[in-house]
Design a protein around this ligand. Structure first.
Ligand code: C2O
Ligand code: CU
Length: 437
């Protein structure tokens, strides 16, 4: 259960002041039980009304699953909800049959049913798991958790802290606001919360400590800008994939589902800020303990490179985002489209032979931002001016009117979803799939 949070009622965003410790589960060879079930979380001030939500093993976020790279994760999933569901392992280069997409890779798990998710986690990095059934509602109600794949030789840090960024739309009494399938939300930016917060797996650090922060945006619609104070840090990975060189922090931006790993040295209370033109809202902080570290640290290390597929001859494809309010469509399951088509067709958007390389030109021809996610693979973002191979990502953010080329080596066989991770957009048409055989 999420421990109490303090809410700043003056703003649309909550300042999270209280500790919210994530339960942590180290996985081994044995099968790990994971139960989806109703939970109650105290999001408002204590005494102000609790929030009925959904979670895993009694809490939202669900337990942090940790597995070493190359190890097998075996999960005995049980559905104790009143509705069907399924679990997707976001960003993992996984066996297709374990990808957790009802209608494409498995049937939804009915209430009272179960499913054995069993796969090898090939690449170290920061990932997460979440419902992939009616996800615009189930994820918004809390059905997700972090999935951490640890390096064989981990970087030299004193602490490894998971930072979940989320927002919730709540009534005054703490209940989640109704209207998850609200067409007005779907046709615009999605269901934005009126409270937001960083949920931290640890809440105390010491000056001089070197810490790793794993930021995960689990919100269904909100893009989080994040600025950090009290730490001299670099970005070391995006969407779980190591950068070739640690990069200056600046102001970070996380689309729904995106992750950023940061390593740095604590100089003061570490604050997670949501900057706006008027003011910066504090979403959470790491307070200082009484054991400062004075030993000098070396430069921040590059993480081990990991899987970087080599592109071959490119096949060119165009994926145009269309629809939405101001794009002429306001209701129905075809509010949004790719290339004029809404939702999943029987035939895939494209078929690839194993190992094929494709260059997708992503065109955001709408008035809203979209975070486009491909299952089972990472892809290279290409620089708009030089065309050079940029970051490896599994979700790429395109602002209204923006165009970006991405390069993907399809080296994982199966049926893979390609969709907007603004989950209301996905629900109302912005999704398709590709097949790799
Ligand atoms: Cu994070 Cu199709 O999902
Ligand atoms: Cu979208």
């Amino acid at each position: 259960m999420t421990p109490p949070l303090r809410i700043n009622r003056r703003g649309f965003l909550a300042a999270g002041l209280a500790a919210a410790a994530l339960p942590r589960v180290a996985t081994g060879a044995t099968s790990l039980p994971l139960r989806a079930e109703p939970v109650v979380a105290q999001i408002l001030d204590p005494g102000d009304g609790a929030t009925p939500m959904l979670g895993f093993n009694g809490s939202t976020p669900g337990p942090e699953l940790r597995v070493a790279e190359g190890q097998r994760l075996s999960v005995a999933f049980e559905n104790r909800l009143a509705d069907p569901t399924a679990v997707h392992w976001h960003g993992i280069r996984i066996d297709n049959a374990m990808d957790g997409v009802p209608g494409l890779t498995q049937d939804a798990v009915p209430p009272g049913g179960g499913f054995g998710y069993d796969f090898v986690a090939p690449d170290a990095g920061t990932y997460w798991y979440h419902s992939h059934h009616q996800s615009w509602e189930q994820v918004a109600r809390g059905l997700y958790g972090p999935l951490i794949v640890t390096e064989t030789t981990p970087p030299d840090v004193d602490r490894d802290i998971t930072v979940i960024l989320d927002d919730w739309r709540l009534e005054q009494n703490g209940e989640m606001a109704a209207g998850f399938g609200n067409m007005h939300d779907f046709a615009h930016g999605g269901r934005m919360g009126n409270f937001a917060k960083a949920i931290l797996s640890q809440t105390t650090v010491n000056t001089g400590e070197r810490i790793r922060l794993r930021l995960i945006n689990t919100a269904t619609a909100r893009i989080f800008p994040v600025a950090l104070e009290g730490i001299d840090a670099r970005i070391v990975a995006l969407d779980g994939r190591p950068l070739a060189q640690p990069r200056a922090l600046g102001q970070m931006l996380l689309a729904p589902a995106q992750r950023i790993d940061v390593i740095g040295d604590v100089t003061d209370v570490v604050r997670f800020l949501f900057p706006t033109p008027e003011q910066a809202y504090e979403m959470g902080k790491l307070t200082l303990g009484a054991a400062p570290v004075t030993a000098k640290r070396g430069p921040i290390q590059t993480l081990p490179a990991g899987h970087r597929p080599t592109p071959g001859e490119e096949r060119a494809l165009t994926l145009r985002m269309e629809g939405g309010a101001m794009g002429g469509r306001h209701a129905g399951d075809d509010i949004w489209a790719f290339n004029g088509t809404s939702g999943l067709r029987d035939a895939p958007f494209a078929q690839f032979a194993l190992g094929d390389t494709a260059r997708f030109t992503l065109i955001n021809d709408t008035a809203f931002p979209h975070g486009i996610h491909l299952h089972g693979h990472h892809f290279y973002e290409l620089d708009a001016t030089t065309g050079s191979q940029g970051d490896l990502r599994d979700t790429t953010l395109l602002m209204a009117g923006e165009t970006r080329d991405i390069l993907c080596v399809f080296d994982n066989p199966g049926k893979w979803l390609l969709h907007c991770h603004m989950l209301g957009h996905q629900a109302s048409g912005m999704k398709t799939w590709v097949e790799v055989a």
